[in-house]
Write a new protein. Sequence first.
Length: 215
Amino acid sequence: MTITITAFERSPDGGQGMARDMRVRWALEEVGQPYGVRLLSFKAMKEPVHLALHPFGQIPTYQEGDLALFESGAIVFHIAERHAGLLPDDPNARSRAITWMFAALNTVEPPIVDREVAEYLEDETWYEQRLPFIDERIRERLGELSGRLGNADWLDGAFSAGDLLMVTVLRRLEGSGILEEYPNLSAYVARGKARPAYKRAFVAQLAVFTAAPTA
């Protein structure tokens, strides 16, 4: 059965791999599964056909036969469970990798997304007042993560779905100057981006943006 995911017809990030379909593309590339992509405009994302797949009108979604999923973390988990390459065989190591998946999305990502929301959606005065507090929360999390990673290449032994999600989360800080304060985390992200599967996924997402007509 063919896997089909959804993605932005014209990504707000300019095709730089920040849109959350990147996580799914990367996971599928890591496990060697072919997939198709259905591109959606912002208008189409809010129409009944798409809302039947994603009740919040977002991307990505994942369809394979009768199965339809939404939420990038859940989709990556599904892929990792069904195909070798993203979760260890050892039961304890597997559980730890899954724990890191949750940590990336539930502990590290929220303050980073808060920063993006403050930057793009709030008025300038309120943004300037909030930013130091948001950045303090981010630095607290990064300090803890940096201490845990130490000199290791990956979070828990071999590369896993936990690393895949954590790298995509940390990438959202690129350009802020914050990530560079933690050299081991910067190097960690660079290792993730150097993986052949990541590069293939990035090129595929960028190609969508460069081929899209200018609004």
